[in-house]
Design a protein around this ligand. Structure first.
Ligand code: TRP
Length: 347
C-alpha cells in the first residue's frame, strides 16, 4: 500500500515484537529522528548545517523527519500561517532529496498518540529540572512574549516524546538542542527504571558544521533577512548577494578573523562548489568584491539549480499525499509505542 518504503521500518517492528531487547537492537541498527519547526522556509545555513547530513543518513538507517507544528506555539502566541509553512517545509525536504520512500515525514498535529506520551513523561521530570534547561532559559530571555507559557517549560519533554515514540536512537541536532536531548535520555532512563525496559537511550549526533553566517555577517536566520532560502529564485539570490556586506580592500583573501564578511562569502561559494575557500580567494585575487560576489552568485545558483528543478516538478497534491502517508506510518508506530507504555505502566 505504501510502496517499498514500508519494508524497512516494518521489519524492525517485527523484530521488536519478537522480543529482542533494546540493547541488541541498538547494536544492529539505529533509528534516526530529527525535525524542524514550520516557521518559514529553510535556507542554505540549514542545508550545510544539517540537511545535507540527513540526505546521507537516509540511505543508512530507518529515519523519521518531524514537522514540529505544535512546537511553533512555544515562543509565540499564534501558529501563524501554519499550513503554508508546513507545505513549504515539506517541499524543501523533498526538493533537497529527502526520499519519502525511505523516510517517514510527519507532523505532531496528526499523531495524537505521540502527543499523549507527554502525560506520563511529564510525571518523570521535576519542575526544578524543567527550569534549569539552558536552551529554554535562553529562549525566555530573548522572547518578545509578555508572559512565559507553561509550554515553554515543558516542550523539551514533548520533544522527548518526538524522539521516543519511534524509539529513535540517533538525533542529528545542533548544539542548542543538546539540553533537550538530555531531557529525552532522562525520561527514557526513568521510565525504564520505573516501569521496565521500553525505550532505548537516544544519542545526539553533531555534524561537523561549517559555520555559515548571514549575508550581513550576523547569524544566518530567516527572520533577519540575511539568509538565502532554498526556494529563492536566481534573481532573488543575486540580489541578496549583491547587497551582502564586504569591505574596501581590493585584494580578496580568506581571513576569517580580520575579514569575516569576505570570508563568509568565500565559505558560501566554497561549500556550493565543494572547494576550499582559500583557493577561491587566490583565484579571485585583486578582482575585488564585485568578482567575489559574481563567483558566489554563480556558485549558489548552480548549486540550487537541481533543488529548484525538483521543487518545480512537485505538485501540491503530491506533497499532500506524501505527508498523509508519512503521518499514517508514524501514527502506526506511535500507537504501538503508546500501547507498550500503557501496558508497562499497568493501565
Ligand atoms: N526544537 C527543534 C528546533 O527548533 C525542532 C524539533 C522538535 C526537534 N522536535 C525535535 C529536533 C526532535 C530534534 C528532535 O530546531
Amino acid at each position: 500500500m505504501y510502496g517499498p518504503s514500508q519494508r524497512r521500518p516494518q521489519k524492525r517492528w517485527v523484530l521488536s515484537r519478537d522480543g529482542m531487547i533494546p540493547k541488541e537492537r541498538d547494536l544492529m541498527n539505529d533509528v534516526v529522528l530529527t525535525g524542524d519547526r514550520p516557521t518559514g522556509p529553510l535556507h542554505l545555513g540549514h542545508y550545510f548545517g544539517s540537511l545535507a547530513n540527513r540526505v546521507r543518513l537516509q540511505d543508512l538507517h530507518p529515519m523519521y523527519v518531524l514537522i514540529a507544528d505544535y512546537q511553533v506555539i512555544t515562543d509565540r502566541d499564534l501558529p501563524g500561517e501554519i499550513r503554508r509553512h508546513t507545505m513549504e517545509l515539506l517541499l524543501d525536504y523533498l526538493a533537497i532529496g529527502i526520499d519519502p520512500a525511505k523516510v517517514t515525514i510527519f507532523q505532531h498535529s496528526a499523531i495524537p498518540e505521540l502527543n499523549q506520551l507527554l502525560l506520563p513523561f511529564l510525571s518523570l521530570v521535576s519542575v526544578a529540572e524543567l527550569g534549569r534547561n539552558p536552551t529554554v532559559k535562553d529562549e525566555i530571555a530573548h522572547s518578545s512574549q509578555a508572559a512565559v507559557s507553561g509550554l515553554m517549560f515543558t516542550y523539551p519533554v514533548h520533544q522527548a516524546a518526538d524522539i521516543l515514540f519511534c524509539k529513535g536512537t540517533l538525533v542529528p541536532v545542533g548544539k542548542d538542542q543538546l539540553p533537550h536531548l538530555e531531557v529525552a535520555r532522562l525520561v527514557a532512563r526513568r521510565f525504564n527504571d520505573r516501569y521496565g525496559e521500553v525505550f532505548p537511550l537516544p544519542k545526539a549526533m553533531m555534524g561537523a558544521q561549517p559555520m555559515l553566517k548571514g549575508l550581513d555577517g550576523g547569524k544566518m536566520s530567516k527572520s533577519r533577512g540575511n539568509a538565502i532560502a532554498l526556494s529563492a529564485t536566481e534573481d532573488k539570490t543575486a540580489l541578496l548577494i549583491r547587497k551582502a556586506r564586504t569591505d574596501a580592500e581590493r585584494l580578496i583573501t580568506f581571513e576569517e578573523e580580520r575579514r569575516p564578511e569576505v570570508a563568509n562569502l568565500l565559505t558560501l561559494a566554497g561549500l556550493c562548489l565543494g572547494r576550499p575557500p582559500a583557493e577561491l580567494a587566490e583565484e579571485i585575487g585583486d578582482g575585488g568584491a564585485a568578482t567575489l560576489k559574481r563567483v558566489a552568485t554563480e556558485a549558489v545558483n548552480e548549486f540550487l539549480r537541481p533543488i529548484r528543478r525538483r521543487r518545480a516538478e512537485l505538485t501540491e497534491g503530491d506533497a499532500r499525499r506524501i505527508l498523509a502517508e508519512g503521518n499514517e506510518r508514524a501514527r502506526e508506530r506511535a500507537v504501538r509505542t503508546l500501547e507498550e507504555v500503557r501496558a508497562a505502566m499497568g493501565f
